[in-house]
Design a protein around this ligand. Structure first.
Ligand SMILES: [Zn+2]
Length: 173
């Protein structure tokens, strides 16, 4: 019996030019004809590419995680007037801006209130992890200051720097 929930096709990897078996599973995202005509990459090349993307994404986050940021601010409490960074991943790019601490430890949650950046959805209050209090699952995060990115922001118009993840990787590694 033919398994018609998977379509297989021999292709040549568009990157390394090795032959590989491409598979398309149901629900098919495209027609079988288009699938057979489209170019593709072998699994090894796709995995390599995925690793590169991940490396660039880690750089774009300036190598911070929410847990890491929380630990940092607990060990190094923010103070009034301190410069911190905003990392906004809206619109498929990385926007960095410098904000200053207005209230370093607000309420028992020790929220950090800064001025002044918003993408229209985010507020000025952040948890110690760097998550935005108004939009914790949103794309605007608070990060500790970074000398390289900070000095580039200061040279940018409107105190905002937009970079692809690859560009950030090229700057900070
Ligand atoms: Zn390949």
């Amino acid at each position: 019996m033919k398994n018609n929930s998977v379509v297989e096709c021999q292709k040549t990897c568009s990157h390394c030019h090795n032959k590989f078996t491409a598979r398309m599973m149901k629900p098919f995202p495209t027609s079988v004809r288009d699938f057979k005509l489209s170019s593709g990459k072998c699994r090894e090349c796709r995995e390599k590419q995925q690793k590169v993307f991940q490396k660039h994404r880690n750089s774009a986050a300036l190598h911070w995680t929410f847990d890491g940021v929380k630990e940092h601010f607990e060990g190094n409490p923010p103070y009034v007037g301190q410069e911190l960074l905003i990392h906004d991943t809206s619109w498929h790019t990385n926007t960095y801006a410098i904000v200053t601490v207005k209230v370093p430890s607000h309420t028992r949650q020790k929220r950090i209130i800064v001025e002044s950046y918003t993408n229209g959805y985010s507020g000025q209050s952040f948890y110690r992890s760097g998550k935005n209090c108004f939009s914790p699952k949103g794309q605007v995060k608070l990060l500790p200051y970074n000398e390289k990115i900070g000095s580039l922001i200061k040279k940018s118009p409107r105190n905002e720097l937009r970079l692809s993840s690859q560009e950030v990787y090229d700057i900070i590694g």
